[in-house]
Write a protein that binds this ligand. Sequence first.
Ligand code: FAD
Length: 457
Amino acid sequence: MKKKVVIIGAGLAGSLLGIYLARKNFQVELFERRPDMRKVDIGGGRSINLALSARGLHALSETGLVERILHIAIAMRGRMIHPVQGEVFFQRYGRDDSEVIYAVSRAELNKALMTAAEKHKNLHITFNTRCTGMNLQTGEVMVVNEETGEESVVQPKTVLGADGSASAIRNAMVEHGVSRFTLDYLDYGYKELTIPPGPNGRHQMEKNALHIWPRTTYMLIALPNLDGSFTCTFFFPHKGEMSFECLDTPEKVRSFFSEHFPDAVPLMPDFVQEFFDHPTGHMVTVKGLPWHVEDKVLLLGDAAHAIVPFFGQGMNCAFEDCSHLNALIERQMSYGRSPEKVRWDEVFVEFEKRKKDTDAIADLAVENFVEMRDYVAQEKFQLKKKVERVLADAYPGLFVPKYTMVTFRRIPYSIALERGAIQERILDELCANITTPDQLDLRKADLLISKHLDYIE
Ligand code: FAD
């Protein structure tokens, strides 16, 4: 075992990282708490489908998996906005159909990654095995078999903690006093509901869009699934006057949804039952340091930096972690080092510099919550989006919309945050006294952009 790299968690990041390392001839062992989801329906997992975008796609293409995954994904070109009254309308995400995001089933994606991982003879996944702690002096990891209760201790070469937002490895680092983390729970929870397929298995709404019902302080969203259904997620405060706490009878739930989501209700025959059957999910931002201890252990993915889901970036960021870690290892191996000789401590120190970017996407994700639930429906916001598009077309590589930087490019998140704020101020100034994009003062735009922005691509 001492020769092996142990990954805790065969979720999205753990499985993908296993593939990267196996391709580099490392001996890899993954320990996964849950049973093998390809054999057992484990249901009840968090968020049924996810939005996959450039950063995630890049990592999948580096590992030769992108086509396989796109085969099970649905392109979403933009947001379809459902006001309480009035017509549904569409806001494109990118400049054209080359800039789209993809809805993919979390379970199918995870299964595909596990299967691709297990194709490597030097990689093994042990299921039903939960990590219960780690001795940071010796580097030993404690695990327990979830079926038999049998406990054992493993002594790997190094440990990569990809065990999600409630990470046991992170807890061990905090308990040993080597790391400090904050877990910031959002006051909002979420509930997953279903819009089943229509007749002949057809989608009952526009298939190639992410649907949003923005209602200022709460919202419903829906992502398409391959079987013709949509998975809806209802984001709502946990407590207060309008909250999950108050929606405590079937009548109240039915009447609330009928009043606020009138066009969604006829499409969701079982939503009241689902509302009470499905758990209310929590959302947390995890921030802290260090992510590593010497050459013994490194945290990545949600274990190091969980974020709220409103930019659709948690998985994409976790996949980017895998790609980045792989590049750092590659750099060492390019000096002729074999897998056994990789200086993990040096790799981990370099990797940790990524924290400024993961902190940035954490902040961008919180910002985007306000944008999705509130601003998208406002006329001023729609005008700014149109002007933003005009500027993006007129100043390519100079004025790149924030959404584009985060979702369709791999520009470091910290730069996207910084430039996004500058561009927002420029947009506010240019849109202050106009009502349509053709009233835009192009000379002023030119002056502001050349003064405040430089080329990034
Ligand atoms: P996880 O996917 O949580 O995987 C952790 C794995 O470790 C799991 O398999 C778990 O069983 C295992 N494990 C846990 N503890 C142990 C233990 N002690 N021992 C052994 N194994 C263990 N991201 C996007 O990019 N796009 C989206 O659209 C998006 N939507 C989201 C919607 C919601 C409602 C939520 C909650 C999240 C969303 N995310 C999205 C975020 C995304 O789900 C996470 O960022 C991503 O799953 C992180 O991957 P991970 O591998 O780090 O953690």
